[in-house]
Design a binder for this molecule. Sequence first.
Ligand SMILES: O=P(O)(O)OC[C@H]1O[C@H](O[C@H]2O[C@H](CO)[C@@H](O)[C@H](O)[C@H]2O)[C@H](O)[C@@H](O)[C@@H]1O
Ligand SMILES: O=c1ccn([C@@H]2O[C@H](COP(=O)(O)OP(=O)(O)O)[C@@H](O)[C@H]2O)c(=O)[nH]1
Length: 461
Amino acid sequence: MARLVVISNRVADPRKPAAGGLAVALGESLQQTGGLWFGWSGTIVEDGPTGEGEMHRQQAGKVTLATLDLSREDHDAYYLGYSNKVLWPVFHNRLDLANFDAGFIGGYRRVNQLFARKLLPLLQPDDIIWVHDYHLIPLAAELRAMGCKQKIGFFLHIPLPPQIILAAIPQHEWLMRSLFAYDVVGFQAQQDVQHFDRYVSNEAHGESLGHDRFRAWGQTVRASAFPIGIDVDEFLALTHAKEARDMHETMKREYSQRRLLLGIDRLDYSKGIPQRARAFRELLARYPENHRSATLIQIASPTREDVDAYGDIRRELESLCGAINGDYGELDWMPVRYIHRTVARKRVPGLCRAAAVGLVTPLRDGMNLVAKEYVAAQDPADPGVLVLSRFAGAAEQLKEALLVNPYDTHGTAETIQQALHMPLEERRARHQKLLARIREQDVHWWRRTFLEALRDAPGVE
Ligand SMILES: O=P(O)(O)OC[C@H]1O[C@H](O[C@H]2O[C@H](CO)[C@@H](O)[C@H](O)[C@H]2O)[C@H](O)[C@@H](O)[C@@H]1O
Ligand SMILES: O=c1ccn([C@@H]2O[C@H](COP(=O)(O)OP(=O)(O)O)[C@@H](O)[C@H]2O)c(=O)[nH]1
């Protein structure tokens, strides 16, 4: 069988826990198949030359990890700059937070060329290559320019915005054209495919050929939705492991008189955490019966702290949580428990199981794996209720969650109240359907269907 070569900015030892959906999902996929995982080492070399980078190799079970250091200049322009100050905000519909500094694109191209140059000698003729996410959009074009003939697939973990928003990026045409160097392009949701379709016809003057095939700039690519899933069995095993059971017991004891609401996110402006806190404050204001009872535990895992917008969101959230606790807190009850730390993955299931309501309310999100993990962790006999933003990719699949518009504070507060009062029968019925869908389209299904599509692709001459 052909070897799988995965390339992503973030690489993690698949045998160890990782925060961030991409690292978790790729680790789980590669552990099944074995193969090569190539990407950034996470190390920044302060005074190293640009466009170089020492390579590290490590064997992690069946997976070979090959990672590159980045110079400070490359890291700042490619990762902090173009990836996280241009592509991330624009792809999440936040033009107001984008910084189109002309200096970033050079670093982005340089690192993509560096990745291609360093990867090429590691490739074998019948490898199947799978590139991940917005950091590496032009990688296939760079590899093709160096003579790479293997099949190359691309998966975008974040949403593709509508054509009119995408067009704000000065290099949008170059980026979209780069996607046509792949054999298969995967998106999280049907809506992303629709946005791709509209861009191809209206902006690139290309056409849809049917059966998810698109033609533009003289090239043809398959673009389909492959919603990413979780490893349900692995997550259930974690849920029933000692750490999770201990965690669940501790939480139940500590909060025996309370109803727990839970949010677990990276502290990212796309996750809608301040909006969620405002909805919770509205719940307390409108329904005083929740005083001394409803408690919001918000885990906000630190992320991309060198990007200004992330410092701003932290200050906003901390002042909001302080105000809610100041206004509503009692000596024996604090309404918000805000934790600015990453919670170890093995503790996530126990936390989820103890919460009567899971709050997953991003303003925009590619998928959101926490939504799926919350459902998987529930006790089927007495499950909690998932309140899910209609703007998360997961909402296309998880129709039996209570869907909300996170910008609508009042509506979200009313939905949380509904969740807190949902009868057991309805909770069970919704949970059963949600769990069945999460099982059906799990992380193995995601990997299998994407790689089948890639193997079936015609390939380059
Ligand atoms: O690598 P970081 O900059 O620390 O960020 C962590 C990851 O965030 C994003 O995750 C996305 O992928 C998830 C799995 O498909 C998806 O559920 C979620 O909606 C996305 O936001 C990012 O896309 C990854 O590249 C980062 O590694
Ligand atoms: O403190 C934390 C925060 C998040 N996660 C995990 O990180 C992943 C987050 O993935 P998601 O798709 O929800 O969002 P992303 O952070 O990738 O945008 C999930 O598996 C979470 O359980 C974790 O283990 N500890």
